[in-house]
Design a protein around this ligand. Structure first.
Ligand SMILES: [Zn+2]
Length: 363
């Protein structure tokens, strides 16, 4: 807080009220969103430390990426957090098979399935090895709900489609759409549970907009816009993977084949040249986006084929969408401050707190 005091995170309020609590994300499980629901630290990038804090709190289920913050040979202090979690009575899972085979007993679950973030959905669904090893966001959500809903006193679960944000930072339209759909699949899991349960409040929102992707008119009388946009159906790789490959080979013939294989788009000579030049960092700096040249070149060239444009490569400051269903949702007005959702969630669940509402705190 403003005076250096540590806030008690919402998951902890729920645990102290006898309820269960968990977090699910496609980012590292130690990343900002799950960490802010679960623990309190001074700096979001202290992710080794955040992993240690999770051990102290013993939340019922935490699932995502980021095994690097738990492994002795990856952590700065050399602590084997996987062993420490297991010693403390956790199930620690690192593959989809291990997660699916979990007994739903009283032990808390920690799961980290990749070294850093989980793969973009686009890369995930087109890679047999990743598909076998890494669960989808919907599968993670389903496991978490099964675990948490065993508590008759209720639960809180935070689910994040975190790589939608990363795709937007990369102005990657394929990456963004497929991860948004993966989030949609996870929302269905939550909504299906809530409709059956009838006592669950589901809130769907985001912490901010990002990069303002926009559909632009294409063709005579804009008649080609829809057909252009539909090209994302052929996409098979995120721009992040393409950029990795372009580091190794930037010949014209390779660029042509790479983009054709990954997107189904046949680039002309001029477009190939733009991407090739952009593999040299200094070329094609964009005044507004002020970003690495290759991100900008790839998104502009590919975006032109899809009739998609981007405003920038960072978070926006506009209002965000908020949707809710279930008990408590009727209390939401047309315009809600983000800080008011804490009160909504705790009071809807019958969790008493001594935290002043935003209106009380600011007079
Ligand atoms: Zn971001």
């Amino acid at each position: 807080g403003t005076e250096g005091q540590a806030f008690k995170p919402i998951n902890k309020w729920f645990k102290e009220a006898g309820k269960s609590a968990g977090c699910v994300t496609t980012t590292r499980i130690t990343h900002a969103t799950p960490a802010s629901f679960a623990i309190s630290v001074t700096e979001r990038w202290l992710e080794d430390k955040i992993a240690e804090k999770y051990l102290e709190e013993a939340y019922d289920v935490m699932l995502g990426g980021g095994i690097e913050h738990f492994l002795a040979d990856k952590r700065e202090d050399g602590r084997d957090m996987v062993a420490e979690f297991k010693n403390k009575g956790y199930h620690f899972v690192q593959t989809k098979e291990e997660m699916m085979g979990l007994p739903m007993d009283d032990k808390p679950i920690m799961g980290a399935f990749t070294e850093s973030h989980l793969p973009y959905t686009l890369d995930h669904i087109n890679d047999e090895e990743l598909l076998t090893k890494v669960p989808t966001l919907a599968e993670l959500t389903d496991t978490a709900i099964q675990k948490l809903s065993k508590n008759k006193n209720g639960f809180i679960l935070q689910v994040e489609g975190g790589r939608v944000d990363h795709a937007a930072h990369s102005n990657d339209i394929g990456g963004l759409i497929y991860d948004q759909v993966a989030l949609d699949d996870a929302i269905k899991v939550a909504v299906d549970f809530a409709e059956k349960d009838k006592e669950t409040l589901v809130i769907i929102t985001t912490d901010h907009g990002n990069a303002s992707p926009s559909l632009t008119g294409s063709g005579r009388s804009y008649s080609e816009s829809t057909e252009d946009f539909k090209k994302f159906h052929n996409f098979k790789r995120s721009n992040t993977v393409l950029m990795e490959k372009l580091k190794e080979n930037n010949s014209s013939s390779y660029i042509k084949e790479l983009i054709s294989d990954a997107t189904g788009i046949e680039l002309d000579a001029k477009e190939i040249e733009i991407i090739q030049k952009a593999t040299y960092e200094s070329f094609y700096q964009d005044v507004v986006r002020n970003q690495r040249s290759l991100i900008v070149a790839l998104s502009d060239v590919i975006g032109k084929h899809l009739a998609v444009t981007w405003a920038n490569t960072h978070h926006t400051s506009d209002f965000t969408e908020l949707a809710a269903m279930g008990p408590g949702s009727e209390r939401l007005g047309g315009f809600v401050r983000n800080t008011e959702l804490f009160q909504l969630m705790t009071s809807a669940a019958g969790v008493e707190t001594n935290v002043p509402s935003f209106a009380e705190a600011t007079g």
